[in-house]
Design a protein around this ligand. Sequence first.
Ligand code: SAH
Ligand code: SF4
Length: 338
Amino acid sequence: MENILDYDYKELQTKLEHERLERYRATQIFDWVYKKKATSFAVMTNLSKKLREELSRKFKLTFPELVTKVTSKDGTVKFLWKYEDGSTVESVLLRYPDRISACISSQVGCNLGCKFCATGRSGFVRNLTSGEILAQILGMERSEKERIGNVVFMGMGEPMLNYDEVMRAIRVMVDPKALKISQRRISISTAGVVDGIEKLANEPLDVVLSVSLHAPTDEKRSKIMPINQKYPLSVLMNAIKNYQAVKGKRVTFEYILFDGFNDSMEDAKKLIELVKDIKCNVNLIPYNDTQSEFKRTPPRKAKEFEEFLKSHGLEAVIRAEKGSDIDAACGQLRRRTL
Ligand code: SAH
Ligand code: SF4
């Protein structure tokens, strides 16, 4: 039996028709699930009792169990969810003065093995379905009684390696009949899976593409990100340029500063050279400790790096750190053993 959360709007219409139910019921169901946050068919009181019973016989409406929720000093909240098969993932809710953002997971674990990332070291279990991705947002909204306006795929997993489910989830997020999140408030972060970037260029969607760069040369990048051997920088940069030629929007580069590894002025020069033909924002990320061989660049040096990029015309910013006291910061999410 399928979870109703696993359909986008059109698919649900088709499925209902297939089940000899009226297509327009999809609007009512979406309204209950995504706007009124219903967790069962029983509460959908503008549907007849008979229809509610029929829906419960034909579909599931299931959510992961909230195992733990921890709140940080800065208001960041980390959620640990458990799905029906026992798989667990984490998601994080971040509060900014002007918005609430959800950092969500796309896979249980990740198999790309970046050296600095706790998720990468915890191995890969499986992809999440679109409904399992959406349930993280619905669960956080319900738990915090707040509306999420921004979504970043920066939790566990590589979204481009779960492409179809991630796209289906995004179609529901942006659907005015469902979560109605604006497209430019959704970011997909990728370690540089080029065929995913190529596919995204052809989607009728205008989300933000964020690429985790973290090093300015193949030599250094391959040392920390094995994916660079499959898609070296020349190939990656080409794909991003093509993406930008199609979409015309700015892309974001993520660059973690590792002390003594990629934070010299020489590295900054190479980074500037690498991205010079791309309209972009560069987010400099303080490394969060994951018990790897790396150390964080001291703040003063990070500032110098930022200023150097800026003085060469790049839009660079050191990303504010959130939730590190509860291990909720970038790269610190992992599969918990319960
Ligand atoms: N797999 C995707 C998205 C999830 S990781 C990707 O790699 O882009 C989200 C972001 O957290 C990425 O930019 C990733 O490089 C970064 N990250 C991973 N480990 C980190 C750490 N220890 N400190 C800071 N950022 C980290
Ligand atoms: Fe996977 Fe992203 Fe972590 Fe790399 S940084 S191991 S791609 S989740």
